[in-house]
Design a protein around this ligand. Structure first.
Ligand code: FES
Length: 163
């Protein structure tokens, strides 16, 4: 077993912050029709030293184990981060101790990044989605990493059906 698989297995033995957050301030959901997986992230904010910071984050994944492991790492890492700090995190950083994701699993980390960005920018995402019907940064990065031609992969923004 590779080092990466071992770390994923360890993380999945005790995943952190899994499940719906009842009192969340924001929620973001993305789905990848390419693999059929979907990830939703909830964020709760608080004030610290006059700044808005993430108090806690949780997730639900209807997807692969790698996405769950990355989301577990990411939701722990997000605690105490300002909006700007959280927005600047990419999929690789969010993977934390898991290290670099294998090529076939890069989009799993990007699913987590997409859900986070969606939760951080609910209005912007909506505006972009209305304008272009896609979420460009995520889809572009997935296309770039997959080597597939543009148009063969779609990321869809899923409606929040929890309300
Ligand atoms: Fe698609 Fe992991 S295989 S998110």
């Amino acid at each position: 077993m590779s080092d990466f698989e071992q770390k994923v297995r360890e993380t999945l033995a005790n995943p952190q912050n899994q499940g719906e957050m009842e009192d969340a301030d924001s929620v973001g959901t993305v789905g990848s029709p390419d693999c059929g997986d979907m990830l939703r992230m909830w964020l709760k904010f608080t004030e610290k030293d006059g700044k808005k910071v993430i108090d806690k984050a949780s997730f639900q994944s209807f997807g692969c184990q790698t996405a769950i492991a990355v989301a577990s790492m990411a939701t722990e890492m997000l605690k105490g981060k300002t909006m700007e700090e959280a927005k600047a995190l990419n999929a690789e950083e969010l993977s934390g101790d898991l290290g670099a994701l294998p090529p076939m699993k890069i989009h799993c980390g990007q699913l987590v990044e997409g859900a986070l960005q969606s939760a951080l920018n609910p209005e912007e995402e909506k505006a972009v989605a209305e304008e272009t019907s896609t979420v460009p940064t995520l889809i572009q990065s997935i296309q770039a990493s997959s080597g597939k031609p543009a148009g063969s992969i779609k990321i869809i923004k899923l409606e929040d059906d929890t309300e």
